[in-house]
Design a protein around this ligand. Structure first.
Ligand code: G6P
Length: 610
């Protein structure tokens, strides 16, 4: 998704801005650009289609010098990916704008501005902001005032940064639905859409709130709320490691992050499971009062996070004694739903900024849910700030667009949530202890599973010429099959579907032949015999199967079935354990296919637009 970096400094900032863009590359983009106010008060701009490196190379040949600048990585929404559509957009040679999000009333504004004589050079919605600010500046005293008047006319979600080459002492930023963070330096200040971008220059950050407009100079940051009143957005030091962005010895971030899962889970458990028991404060001080009262859980999420929520539904209803629904955020937010009595809304998100999930949370608040809890990996993100309770997964920064460690740490958080709710709804001490015990054993179990990597890599070769794949699972492994299918399509571009194995006979059996590999997740549980019957249904139709099976489940490889033995684990943690082989499979298939594993085409890490 789009990335923004900006700076007001004494030193030349082009390199800082481009480094910031590189640090946001993981979010996904198709073009990049930078604009700098030169010492002669002239606006200089460079834009390139493709990688940030292309822009960096262009700047090596033709450097842009100056201390005030803005930069952007674009993920096309209005107008195809092209240099012309890349940001920054400019009006009348002095106003430059970068923008994340979507301006919904851009067509009407475009026509109005064209009638005023403005000539548009791009197909983007963003360009209207540049011309509108220019137009407003004709009557406003300051750039700040012009931006304040401009944003009142914009509909939609945006984060935007504006500068005027006639005054290189300031940039003006506005937030409405798309995150922006201010980075405080010494005699210089920065802005970005994600603090990751600014880690090389500062650790001190303040987050803008919805509706804020801020004027940033080298020495001051003045923030104004939507009603125009001056407000303070507290700046805090953040302890994010600058090194978390490195790939280390691994070829891809996705592989590194897959291997980091045992550590990420240890970190997520630390301080929350104490002496084999869930700590009372694991979900915050007020959590117990809320968990006691609730009778229903509504989970909302998107993408991979949606799959972790699906597993949680199995856990909550089977163990915690509360009913649970789960829904995709973009569906929930646009339908009329019934709010059950004493219901807790749970959002799940690695980024904490997914536009649909955030909108669903805001809607749920209006609908009258008892309370909200978010399971999230980014401190200070919008979902964390706007929820009553927050459980931070400690996955560390996840760069690969295909989520790995964020997903498994979400599952750990959700299993702890099941414990925290269940203890007020009839779970026995012994049941709680058994789950806590299984969780404690999980990191070591995952180390054992990662040792299967070589055999999974060999298996991947069978997929080199395949165009489709089917994933099967039953019970709480059905969402894991869905997550496996999502991983394969995201990074290898092989069309993959997941089915609850019991549904095979209602349609997908028609697809089975030797060209359709069938991947089965088969832990040793009380559904194993049912699953074996489903496996036979596939075998009888000449299907080729790849079964990830518990060593105790007694599956044997033969000419139609390749079995990868997964070390035995407790039933409750099996969804987490069986996720890893599927992540590795999709990774190695993508390597064979030669795709861009960390930044798959058309996808973004953090989807801050609808
Ligand atoms: C994007 C990412 C996915 C992620 C989804 C939801 O599509 O590519 O990896 O699962 O957004 O994101 P969230 O940050 O809310 O978990």
């Amino acid at each position: 998704m789009c990335g923004i970096v900006g700076a007001v400094a004494q030193r030349d900032v082009a390199e800082i801005l481009v480094e910031g863009l590189k640090r946001l590359e993981y979010r996904g983009y198709d073009s990049a650009g930078v604009a700098i106010i030169g010492n002669d008060q002239k606006l200089q701009r460079a834009r390139r289609l493709g990688k940030v490196q292309e822009l960096a190379d262009a700047l090596k040949t033709d450097p842009l010098l100056g201390g005030t600048g803005i930069a952007h990585t674009r993920w096309a929404t209005h107008g195809a990916p092209s240099e012309i559509n890349a940001h920054p957009h400019v009006s009348s040679d002095n106003i430059a704008v970068v923008h994340n999000g979507i301006i919904e009333n851009h067509q009407m504004l475009r026509e109005k501005l064209q009638a005023l004589g403005y000539i548009f050079t791009s197909e983007t919605d963003t360009e209207v902001i540049a011309h509108l600010v220019h137009h407003e500046l004709k009557t406003a005293d300051t750039l700040l005032a012009a931006v304040q008047t401009t944003v009142k006319q914009l509909e939609g979600a945006y984060g935007t940064v504006v500068m005027d080459s006639n005054d290189n002492s300031r940039i003006v930023v506005a937030r409405s639905g798309s995150p922006l963070v201010i980075g405080y330096g010494l005699g210089e200040n920065f802005i970005a859409s994600d603090m990751m971008a600014l880690l090389p220059v500062t650790r001190k950050f303040a987050f803008l709130e919805e509706g804020d407009v801020a004027e940033v100079t080298r020495y001051e940051v003045n923030v104004f709320a939507a009603n125009g009143e001056a407000v303070i957005r507290e700046a805090k030091e953040h302890d994010v490691s600058q090194e978390s962005g490195d790939k280390g010895e691994y070829r891809h971030y996705m592989l590194k992050e897959t291997y980091e899962q045992p550590t990420a889970i240890r970190n997520t458990l630390e301080g929350r499971l104490v002496g084999g028991k869930l700590d009372n404060n694991a979900f915050g001080e007020n959590a117990d009062d809320i968990f006691k009262e609730i009778e229903h859980v509504q989970i909302i999420a998107c993408g991979t996070s949606y799959h972790s929520g699906m597993v949680a539904r199995y856990w909550l209803e089977a163990i915690a004694g509360v009913s649970c629904n789960i829904e995709i955020a973009s569906e929930f937010r646009y339908r009329k739903s019934h709010v059950p009595k004493n219901a807790l809304i749970v959002t799940i998100s690695q980024s904490g900024e997914t536009a649909d999930t955030l909108a669903a949370l805001r809607l749920a608040k209006d609908l009258g849910y008892r309370a909200s809890l978010t399971i999230c990996n980014v401190k200070g993100s919008s979902l964390v700030r706007e929820s009553d309770l927050a459980f931070m997964t400690k996955a560390g920064v996840e760069i690969g667009v295909a989520s790995t460690k964020a997903f498994t740490t979400q599952l750990v958080g959700l299993l702890m949530m099941t414990l925290a709710i269940g203890k007020h709804h009839g779970m026995t001490e012994k049941e709680q202890q058994d789950i806590a015990q299984s969780l404690m054993m999980l990191p070591n179990k995952l180390d054992e599973v990662l040792a299967l990597a070589d055999s999974i890599e060999e298996l991947a070769e069978d997929f080199a010429d395949k165009h489709h794949a089917l994933f099967l699972g039953r019970g709480d492994q059905y969402p894991i099959a869905m997550e496996g299918a999502l991983k394969l399509k995201e990074i290898s571009y092989i069309h993959a579907e997941a089915y609850a194995a019991g549904e095979l006979k209602h349609g997908p059996l028609a697809l089975i032949d030797a060209e359709m590999p069938v991947i089965v997740v088969a832990p040793q549980n009380d559904l194993i015999e049912k699953l074996k019957s489903n496996v036979e249904e596939v075998r009888a139709r000449g299907g080729l199967m790849y079964v990830f099976a518990d060593t105790d489940a007694k599956f044997d490889s033969d000419e139609t079935m390749t079995v990868i033995n997964v070390p035995h684990c407790d039933d409750i943690i099996a969804p987490i354990v069986y996720t890893l082989p599927l992540q590795l499979l999709s990774y190695y298939v993508a390597i064979i296919k030669g795709t861009d594993v960390d930044q798959p085409r058309n996808l973004a890490k953090s989807v801050t637009v609808e």
